[in-house]
Design a protein around this ligand. Structure first.
Ligand SMILES: Cc1cc2nc3c(=O)[nH]c(=O)nc-3n(C[C@H](O)[C@H](O)[C@H](O)COP(=O)(O)OP(=O)(O)OC[C@H]3O[C@@H](n4cnc5c(N)ncnc54)[C@H](O)[C@@H]3O)c2cc1C
Length: 476
């Protein structure tokens, strides 16, 4: 008999959270802690969404998206999760770049970038200061008019090398491009420059296990393998969600699933204003990614001088289309040492990431798809050999993930790794005005994506849900 993943589930909750990405889990945790009855439904057999891991023979554990996030994660995790989680967040101090325009090592914060920009790149200190202050002062209400390219043109005209240093890591961190509103750059760049790049020391398996424990201690009912097919609306308000053919009643829904899927498929256009549907249909998804996960044989090591994060490129200039091309020129290597990523067995691992377009992978037949994946693994190891000679012989296991992999495991349309472009934020925020009690909290608008953005958006939205539920309770 098939397992009943809904065994013991109640008929009615205060709030149902759809999806256990960082945004969904954070919302569920805050609402559970506030005393609401919360059901968390995840379609996959694991929690974490893109912030998860997988295990392979030989005891190799691979983290999917644990490469780096800003210092702000410590505060958000301490406040909205717990101290145990916050205390495991550590800085990555050895960030490297190598491309035809420059090779350098940095701690990736304002102080060190000021040093690099003034001494290595010859920019006047006052100009560098002004740039940092302008980026940090950007806010949602004033700064949507100019693009990131225009921002750079204003400060560093004709300096493609400077743009590359300032932009390449942010494109990697949130998928934004020179054509996106400058605010999407300014906020994320300033978050990193505040104190540098951080990761979670125990790996995502440890993080998600701790989050699960905290959710359970706050009374959240967690169900995996429970994809939500429909969100039911009655008299303009959410009334229930449907999973495995069963309706579960609720007063509010927080969807952590893809924004477009939530609105156009789970709710359905017929329940919404035409204008709003048009706006949703016009929301562009962000790009996806390819990754190559490489685990070293037991006893093999990588020297720590390899760095923590290493931005490499063979492209002569910095161009968004080159960053996304199937003809890969840019690879960012994450090096995991037993110190930065402890696990039961002392192991070293390397993950190579490259931004990618869904269209380049979507229509390949199975044979071509497998061949392309193998080619991706081979060319990545070749590229790595340039920096770590002999690495090929040290690798025990290597495998690739593509936009199709991310689409398969998270159901994000086009395998989007960072949600939607900027316009998605307004659509996400306007959802409760379309359907009472219906909220979205997940990667959108570039700003609200990545680990920190997703968690913080989960916080914002859960506060709104809490207000709704509390005020309804006071009026009944
Ligand atoms: C390869 C890669 C590397 C990355 N590296 C970094 C990094 O170094 N630093 C960083 O800050 N960010 C990184 N990111 C981005 C970051 O991981 C994400 O922005 C963030 O984890 C997304 O969180 P989220 O809350 O939006 O939910 P998601 O992680 O997108 O999760 C959504 C969840 O909803 C579930 N779901 C979908 N549909 C349904 C349904 N119908 N019913 C039930 N459940 C459903 C999915 O299964 C999933 O668990 C990376 C992303 C990728 C892909």
């Amino acid at each position: 008999m098939p397992r009943d993943f809904l065994k013991g589930v109640e008929d009615q909750y205060d709030v149902v959270v759809i999806g256990s990405g960082l945004g969904g889990m954070t919302s569920a945790n805050i609402l559970g802690r506030a005393g609401h009855r919360v059901l968390l439904l995840e379609q996959h057999y694991k929690l974490g969404g893109l912030a998860t891991w997988f295990l392979r023979p030989g005891g190799h554990v691979f983290d999917i998206s644990l490469h780096g996030f800003p210092h702000g994660m410590i505060k958000s995790c301490r406040r909205y999760w717990n101290r145990d989680i916050a205390d495991r967040i550590v800085q990555l101090k050895n960030i490297r770049f190598d491309n035809p325009q420059f090779s350098l090592t940095t701690t990736f914060n304002r102080e060190d970038f000021t040093r690099l920009l003034t001494t290595d790149f010859g920019i006047a200190p006052a100009k560098v200061n002004d740039f940092f202050d302008t980026a940090r002062g950007m806010n949602f209400y004033d700064d949507q008019a100019i693009t990131t390219r225009q921002l750079f043109d204003r400060f560093f005209p004709g300096r493609d090398d400077v743009v590359r240093l300032l932009m390449e890591p942010i494109t990697y961190a949130n998928g934004s491009t020179l054509e996106d509103p400058a605010i999407t750059y300014g906020i994320v760049f300033s978050n990193f420059m505040n104190k540098g790049v951080f990761i979670y020391e125990g790996g995502t398996d440890d993080l998600v296990a701790r989050m699960k424990k905290e959710l359970q201690s706050n009374g959240v009912d967690i169900r995996i393998n429970c994809g939500v097919d429909r969100i039911h609306v009655k008299d303009g308000k959410v009334s229930a969600v449907e999973t495995h053919g069963r309706r579960i009643g609720c007063r509010a829904v927080v969807s952590n699933a893809n924004l477009r899927t939530t609105i156009l498929k789970m709710i359905g256009p017929e329940k919404l204003d035409r204008d709003y549907v048009d706006q949703t249909e016009a929301v562009r998804l962000n790009n996806s990614s390819t990754q190559v996960y490489m685990a070293l044989k037991p006893g093999e090591e990588i020297d720590e001088s390899s760095g923590d994060l290493f931005f490499t490129s063979t492209a002569e200039e910095f161009r968004t289309d080159l960053l996304l091309s199937r003809d890969i020129t840019s690879r960012t290597f994450s090096f995991y040492y037993p110190r930065t990523r402890p696990s039961k067995k002392e192991r070293f691992a390397i993950v190579s990431s490259t931004n990618a377009n869904w269209a380049d992978w979507a229509d390949l037949n199975e044979h071509d798809y497998e061949t392309s994946k193998q080619d991706l693994v081979e060319t990545t190891i070749e590229a790595l050999e340039k920096y770590i000679p002999g690495i090929r012989n040290k690798i025990d296991r290597a495998e690739a993930a593509t936009p199709r992999t991310f689409n398969h495991y998270t159901q994000h349309e086009m395998g989007a790794s960072f949600g939607t472009k900027f316009e998605g934020l307004g659509v996400s925020r306007a959802l409760p005005q379309q359907v009472g009690g219906m909220y979205h909290a997940g990667s959108v608008g570039i700003i609200m994506s990545g680990w920190l953005g997703a968690i913080n958006y989960g916080v914002i939205v859960s506060n709104e849900v809490d207000q709704q539920l509390t005020s309804e309770s006071q009026h009944t």
